[in-house]
Design a protein around this ligand. Structure first.
Ligand code: SF4
Length: 487
């Protein structure tokens, strides 16, 4: 979601005549930050530093605080430097940040991204701290000004906020309650993207599978909470997430649709059936488990047990045998015992995720879990984290090795930035592969044989080169042959 918001901010600023560079593209002074830097065309050096922020973990916030401190020193020698923040930290801390960081000039909430150019102008004009933080509504901007990093792939947010109450999570505070983009708008934007040459879209939302958009009747207000629309009786038929996916699969030119992130409670049989029947839907399903212990899951208010979660995975794997399942795990949640931890270890062994994001628990102020205390010592969290990471990395490697010798349909994204003689692509299972081929293949799909593995990236070669088909007759419509049989 942040990447999408950054692309919108960048596009809007460039439309106003700013030259925008991301930090890894330029600026040596601030090496290593996640910020975007907007410099007025023709002006010497950087005029504006804008950081897009995340509140999900303490560590992400600490990095922003560190960066603001560094920018404060920079500002002493360059007093005209304008410093701005956007993203979830703004929603969480609001004007308190102005007091703590007087060097901060402007803040923009997740629902006010369009106002960034005007806010910068205001700072230049009045030289005072300014903020725009709207508390309700939809924090999604569909705009043709967006500056995508790829002509062939696009992020497409379809809902924001969350009505679940996972006790560790700051999202309901920073992004508010669930609001879905009307289905008609999503369809229109996806069609527009396909018309521009986009082949792969990734649908975004904090809890994307609880999407509940409306097909608006003529004249009905757009961009409203779905609940409001239903209540007013002015909306058309409700569109669930599986229905939306089914609709988007009909768009000509779109060849792959992926989505993130989902909640197990809303991962339904209907959704699994839609995935199974549509080869356009990515064969990666990210479904956060968080813990293998029912006791911890209950304290997290996750609304599922381990067995209920596993039953869903079993069913999905039965319907879609080539699906790759990935997950999120939190270790060291308040009150987590050795036994709870062992349950998570066993869950990883039993389910065998293709990959998992595993993090130490960190308190997010204002969340229900903050009241539980952070009673697991850092050293214990570190040991548990290491154990889980090691285990998962062995499982991931074994699954990846089982792919070698199989072939798969690969979407070719770009020239390999590390070796321009190679191409870089992505399987439907969202796994990376590099191989030799023509630069003209970028933006198309090819059948690639997996020949090796380098860390988490596959090495491959185009299948038809070996089969001697001489560049004709590769059936790109057939389902990918994958390594699931070897799992
Ligand atoms: S479902 Fe996801 S976004 Fe919503 S509260 Fe739980 S962890 Fe946070």
């Amino acid at each position: 979601m942040n990447q999408y918001d950054s692309q919108v901010a960048r596009g809007l600023l460039e439309a106003e005549g700013y030259q925008v560079v991301s930090e890894d593209e330029e600026n040596q002074t601030l090496k290593g930050a996640d910020s975007q830097i907007a410099g007025n065309l023709g002006a010497p050096g950087v005029d504006v530093v804008l950081m897009n922020t995340c509140s999900v973990r303490e560590h992400a916030e600490d990095r922003v605080y560190g960066r603001l401190g560094m920018l404060g020193k920079e500002k002493k020698s360059h007093p005209n430097l304008v410093i701005g923040l956007m993203g979830c930290m703004v929603e969480e801390h609001k004007e308190k940040l102005f007091k703590r960081f007087p060097q901060l000039d402007f803040m923009v909430g997740t629902r006010n991204i369009k106002e960034i150019p005007a806010l910068i102008e205001e700072v230049w004009h009045y030289r005072k701290q300014v903020a725009r933080i709207k508390q309700d509504g939809l924090s999604i901007e569909y705009t043709e000004f967006i500056k995508r990093t790829s002509p062939f792939h696009a992020w497409l947010p379809i809902m924001t906020g969350c009505d679940k109450v996972c006790t560790f999570c700051i999202v309901p505070i920073t992004r508010g309650s669930e609001v879905s983009m009307p289905a008609r708008e999503v369809y229109r934007e996806a069609s527009r993207l396909a018309g521009e040459g986009v082949k792969w879209i990734t649908l975004l939302g904090q809890n994307v599978n609880s999407y509940h958009g409306e097909t608006l009747s003529a004249g009905a207000p757009e961009h409203q909470s779905t609940r409001k629309l239903t209540g007013d009786g002015c909306a058309g038929a409700p569109v669930t997430f599986p229905k939306l996916l089914d609709m988007l699969c009909q768009i000509e030119g779109l060849e792959m649709i992926s989505f993130t992130t989902s909640h197990p409670h809303d991962a339904t049989e209907e959704l699994f059936q839609v995935i199974a029947k549509n080869p356009k839907i990515s064969r990666r399903f990210h479904l956060p488990l968080q813990s293998g212990s029912d006791r911890v899951l209950k304290r997290m208010k996750r609304l599922h047990t381990y067995q209920a979660y596993k039953a869903k995975i079993d069913r999905l794997r039965m319907l879609v045998p080539d699906i790759a399942i990935t997950s999120d795990i939190i270790t060291g949640f308040p009150g987590e015992t050795e036994r709870d931890h062992e349950a998570t270890v066993n869950a990883l062994k039993e389910i065998r995720f293709d990959g998992a994001y595993i993090y130490k628990y960190s308190v997010r102020p204002g969340t229900p879990a903050a009241k539980l205390g952070d009673d697991i010592p850092r050293s214990v969290k570190a040991i548990r984290l290491r154990e889980l990471l090691n285990l998962q990395s062995q499982i991931t490697e074994k699954i990846h090795r089982s792919w070698i010798g199989n072939s798969a349909r690969v979407f070719i994204e770009e020239l390999n930035p590390k070796n321009s003689l190679q191409l870089k692509g992505r399987l439907s299972q969202d796994k990376k592969v590099v191989f030799e081929g023509s630069p003209q293949w970028v933006g198309s799909f090819r059948e690639i044989e997996i020949t090796g593995l380098h860390h988490e990236t596959f090495l491959g070669k185009e299948k038809r080169l070996e089969t001697g088909l001489g560049g004709v007759g590769v059936d790109l419509t057939s389902p990918p042959q994958t390594a699931w049989k070897n799992r």
